[in-house]
Ligand binder design. Structure first.
Ligand code: AMP
Ligand code: FES
Ligand code: ZN
Ligand code: ZN
Length: 340
């Protein structure tokens, strides 16, 4: 397989785009596509400070890398969940994140990052300044056990009486910490590394149960609907998982391969397997499912279900909540005074 642009050996063949590219042209294409998504959904501008939630995995480290290369003021946030059994998952993820920052792989001379004028790159790509000279990103680390006294598996065991996976407690805690730090540190936008496979699996799950409220809220961008909330964006929502993995590989980004030990065998992974079978039979099926959903959503198919909740400040931490009194986070963690 040859690169469509230069005829050298291709590193990736994207059947759904009928496009094979070499490493150099792939990195260029990937940055261009990311920029297009950022522009299309009006996610953020180069004047804004962006907080990237980095887990040490391929998606979020690639996202941080590509945003820096495109000249965005992107800082990172790593949340230590204390998931270290049976494998030191959290410790290893933090190490990968530190390694990425120390590797300098993200540091680009501004002329090197300029995408060649090949007609395919968006005007924004060709004309923008690219990597900000002398910008060194900050990594914020919030260690949950050190801050709140317990690891995620511990708080989950305590609250769920040993039943079920810790993923619900984990999701609630991550969302809270991300929003709180973004707000406290003055970031207007929070970016996560969710890819197309993630988004399609969630869409499939919500569709199977016709959870119209969830469908109404599933989008590449969620505006800050209330004072104290931060805009949430998913610039990689149109990339297949194998595309973000290929980007990390070509860019020499080391990342944690293992997934969270608690995710093994969960329903989301089962749905991902089903959807992969569909994709093998019908290349592009996942992308079409997602994009057609966004089109229908954009045309107002779910507007009726877009409930606007009345939020007020949590009496302990001040974060917006729909619950009376303490927010779900403060209740779960039995917080009775401001922590962190
Ligand atoms: P996941 O829910 O594990 O598929 O992760 C989805 C996205 O959430 C990742 O791409 C990251 O942007 C973010 N994320 C997940 N875990 C963490 C973490 N421990 N710290 C910071 N961000 C995270
Ligand atoms: Fe949160 Fe697995 S990453 S429980
Ligand atoms: Zn090429
Ligand atoms: Zn609270």
């Amino acid at each position: 397989m040859k690169c469509r642009k230069c005829g050298t050996s291709a590193v990736i063949n994207m059947r759904q785009h009928k496009l094979a590219l070499c490493g150099e042209h792939y990195v260029e294409w990937f940055a261009g596509q990311t920029e297009r998504v950022i522009e299309k959904y009006k996610m953020f501008s180069r004047d804004e400070r962006i907080l990237v939630a980095v887990s040490g995995g391929k998606d979020s480290l690639s996202l941080w890398d590509v945003l820096l290369r495109l000249g965005y003021q992107a800082d990172g946030l790593y949340i230590g969940l204390g998931i270290n059994a049976p494998l030191p998952y959290s410790d290893a993820s933090l190490e990968m994140t530190h390694k990425f920052l120390a590797s300098d792989v993200w540091r680009v001379a501004s002329d090197e990052s300029r995408v060649t004028d090949d007609g395919d790159a968006s005007p924004a790509i060709r004309n923008s300044q690219f990597a900000i000279p002398n910008f060194t990103p900050t990594l914020h680390v919030v260690d949950v056990p050190a801050t709140y006294g317990k690891s995620i598996p511990e708080i989950s065991r305590e609250k769920m009486r040993g039943q079920g996976r810790p993923c619900a407690a984990c999701g609630l805690t991550k969302r809270y910490v991300m929003n709180r730090l973004a707000h406290d540190q003055g970031y207007t936008v929070l970016a996560t590394g969710h890819n197309l496979d993630d988004e399609v699996a969630v869409l499939f799950q919500n569709t199977l149960r016709w959870q119209l409220g969830y469908l109404a809220r599933q989008a590449p961008i969620l505006p800050a609907s209330h004072e104290g909330l931060t805009r949430k964006v998913k610039p990689f929502c149109r990339f297949y998982e194998r595309e973000t993995a290929a980007y990390a590989l070509v860019r020499g980004i080391e990342y944690i391969y293992d997934e969270c030990p608690h995710a093994t065998g969960n329903q989301m992974n089962f749905h991902k397997t089903l959807l992969n079978q569909l994709e093998t039979e019908s290349p592009g099926a996942k992308l079409a499912f997602y994009l057609e959903f966004l089109r229908a959503r954009g045309e107002g198919a779910f507007t009726l279900y877009n409930a606007t909740e009345t939020l007020h400040a949590c009496e302990i931490c001040g974060q917006p909540t729909s619950a009376p009194g303490r927010c779900a986070f403060c209740r779960m963690w039995d917080v009775s005074r401001v922590v962190g």
